[in-house]
Ligand binder design. Structure first.
Ligand code: NAP
Length: 350
């Protein structure tokens, strides 16, 4: 099989495709012949040495794949009756089309995954769409519905609205009636996002989002914010919350590419939220890290099954920005880092 290694911390050229032996599935695992593998911002941070959860280098990252089951460890139940139960592994057979959450190893032509992390694909779902679901949609779903409790008639701000999580969040917000969507994004993505139904677009490079939200809401603020930009964006978002508003912090893309001094300064100046201020101001603050939920797989399974239902009902549709081959992983990273993507970036395996 082929795997793409991050050989050391560095630029795009530290990503190198190498041949290795095929892995063998252990008990309760399936092996997937990968068709598509999701590229995530965490992978870029891992390559830059800014992602503490990354395995030691040299390493193969990749949190999600789609493909075809091509080997089964034992015991995997046969049949189809367990597909809808979040507490049990699905029945899987060789040849099944599936997508999966992988704890690294996704940048590869084959990967072994515990069956509990594998989801059978509906017939009409493409491999590209399937690989775009786990990280982006699970994260958006957790932030918006488990923590943020987004309800009909509320207002919602998503930062980096044109990215993978951003588009997933927009689709999910549109499954709730009358949600007013605010989004920050580079200006080149605004027309696309407007067509998608985002009512309030803010170009964070030329506009101050806090001032824009205050202006567009007559000073009230928004009910829910999902923020993975980080740094001073967290406190600006906190100040932009309406009474009973919720801020979900789930990333720090602002430090990507920064030198060590700016990284340190950004972390040292992060806001310290005080219980009495939260209490007095009727605001809530959450932290979210999908990569720290490995002990909550049944709950993630439940979300995956819900997302499959939403997809089948035509309510969500992952949007693919661009695809690259495994050997082009460095170019895929560059494409995201240069902020060119609108939607998901994937590595495809022939
Ligand atoms: N905690 C979690 O569990 C979790 C899970 C998934 C993702 N995340 C985080 O969520 C954020 C978005 O992830 P994603 O998968 O949606 O990203 P993505 O699809 O790779 O989108 C990247 C976009 O982010 C924007 N961006 C903002 N700051 C940037 C920077 N410093 N360098 C490059 N691009 C920057 C750019 O769009 P614009 O220029 O249009 O803004 C860029 O196109 C990342 O911070 C990621 O780490 C966290």
């Amino acid at each position: 099989m082929q795997q793409v290694y991050i050989t050391k911390n560095g630029g795009y050229d530290v990503l190198q495709a190498r041949d290795s032996d095929d892995p063998r599935p252990g008990p309760g695992e399936v092996r997937i012949a990968v068709k598509a593998s999701g590229v995530n911002f965490a992978d870029i941070m891992a390559r830059q040495g800014l992602y503490p959860d990354a395995p030691p280098k040299p390493c193969v990252v990749g949190y999600e794949v789609s493909g075809v089951v091509d080997a089964l460890g034992s015991p995997i139940a046969a049949g189809t009756e367990l597909h809808k139960n979040q507490d049990q592994a699905p029945a899987l057979n060789i040849g099944d089309r599936v997508f999966a959450i992988t704890r690294f190893g996704g940048y590869a032509s084959r990967v072994c995954v515990p069956a509990m992390q594998v989801f059978p694909m509906p017939a009409q779902m493409s491999f590209e769409e399937a690989a775009a679901i786990p990280v982006n949609y699970f994260t958006a779903y957790l932030g918006m519905f488990f923590q943020g409790n987004l309800k009909a008639g509320e207002s919602f701000l998503i930062h980096s609205a044109g990215g993978g999580v951003g588009l997933a969040a927009i689709h999910l917000a549109q499954t709730i009636s009358d949600v007013q969507i605010f989004g920050t994004a580079s200006s080149g993505k605004h027309a696309f996002l407007q067509d998608l139904g985002v009512q309030h677009l803010i170009d964070y490079r030329t506009q101050d989002f806090e001032a824009e939200i205050a202006r567009r809401t007559n000073g009230r603020g928004v009910d829910l914010i999902l923020d993975a930009v980080g740094g001073d964006s967290f406190m600006k978002g906190y100040r932009s919350l309406a009474p009973l508003g919720r801020l979900v912090m789930f990333g720090m893309s602002t430090v990507s590419g920064a030198n060590i001094f700016r990284v340190l300064k950004t972390f040292l100046t992060l806001p310290k939220f005080k219980p009495m201020s939260l209490l007095d101001q009727n605001k809530g603050v959450f932290g979210l890290n999908l990569g720290h939920l490995w002990d909550e797989i049944p709950r993630l399974r439940g979300i995956g099954l819900e997302l499959i239902d939403l997809y089948t009902a035509g309510k969500i549709k992952p949007y693919i920005s661009k695809t690259f081959s495994l050997a082009e992983a460095g170019q895929a990273h560059r494409f995201i880092q240069e902020r060119k993507n609108t939607g998901k970036v994937l590595l495809l395996v022939d």
